[in-house]
Design a protein. Structure first.
Length: 268
């Protein structure tokens, strides 16, 4: 099978190039640009990244690749198999995994290697994004626990959980005191493990782990408040507690009693 830039399989393996483009994804000078990028990364920072694209797992023998690349603890191999449902796969040395845990690679694979992203952006773009993200995180002193950047699907999920947390908060706030619960705010505390989990763990933390942008945090906070207010004020669950604000415990009975006393005073 022909390789990009007119190389044969044996020629490509013999040159020990950091990029072996068996699936011909990197045409028009993209292969040479990627090679230069990876060589600079290794020369300046000591991180060794290797890229393999292929049409099938059996296209290249693993032992042959090991012999030419000689991967060590600071090596990460990016494999693109265009026939796989998820085209990306990664093999990383121990030192790499200290900076980039397994969770990071799983998220990286699912974000850029899935069929929907590939159908929309293409195989080449998926590879470029994966390599760029890996390089960015390898150069960070603390590495990355999550893939940087907040994609739309993930953001809408966090917004949904923020609104759901608000719904739980509002529902708890309108419950009537019962038994040992002497005030409605105590219901809010009793339900706090649930609405705090939804708000903090599933809505705010996924954002702060991936971006420093405050806008999605503010939007999710607004979503939580809207959900809480909507549930607290809606008449679906009965009369809103707001309707009773300013009234005494006996409602209109107090005014009626006072009127009667006033009449008695006039008669006296």
């Amino acid at each position: 099978m022909a390789f990009a830039a007119g190389q044969s399989a044996s020629d490509s393996l013999a040159t020990a190039s950091p990029v072996i483009d068996g699936a011909q994804l990197l045409g028009g000078g993209k292969r040479e640009a990627l090679i230069g990028q990876l060589e600079a990364l290794e020369r300046e920072n000591g991180w060794r990244m290797r890229v393999l694209t292929r049409y099938a797992p059996e296209q290249f023998e693993t032992e042959a690749l090991r012999a030419i690349w000689q991967p060590d603890d600071r090596t990460v191999v990016v494999v693109v198999d265009v026939t796989s449902p998820n085209i990306l796969n990664f093999f990383a040395g121990d030192t790499v995994r200290e900076k980039l845990p397994r969770q990071f690679f799983i998220e990286l694979q699912s974000r850029f290697g899935n069929q929907f992203y590939v159908a929309e952006q293409g195989d080449t773009r998926a590879l470029q994004q994966a390599v760029s993200t890996l390089q960015t995180c390898l150069l960070k002193p603390a590495g990355c626990s999550n893939v940087p950047g907040l994609v739309d699907d993930l953001y809408f999920l966090t917004l949904s959980t923020a609104i759901l947390g608000g719904l739980v908060f509002g529902f708890a706030a309108r419950l009537e005191p019962s038994g040992k619960v002497e005030a409605s705010w105590q219901w809010v505390l009793l339900f706090s493990p649930l609405w705090l989990l939804l708000l903090v763990a599933f809505s705010l933390l996924p954002i702060t782990a991936r971006t420093d942008d405050l806008e999605p945090l503010l939007k999710n906070g607004a979503g939580f408040l809207a959900g809480a207010a909507g549930t607290y004020l809606t008449p679906i669950f009965g009369q809103s507690p707001v309707a009773n604000w300013g009234k005494g415990k006996d409602g209109g009975t107090q005014s009626g009693t006072r009127s009667g006393r006033d009449s008695d005073s006039d008669d006296f």
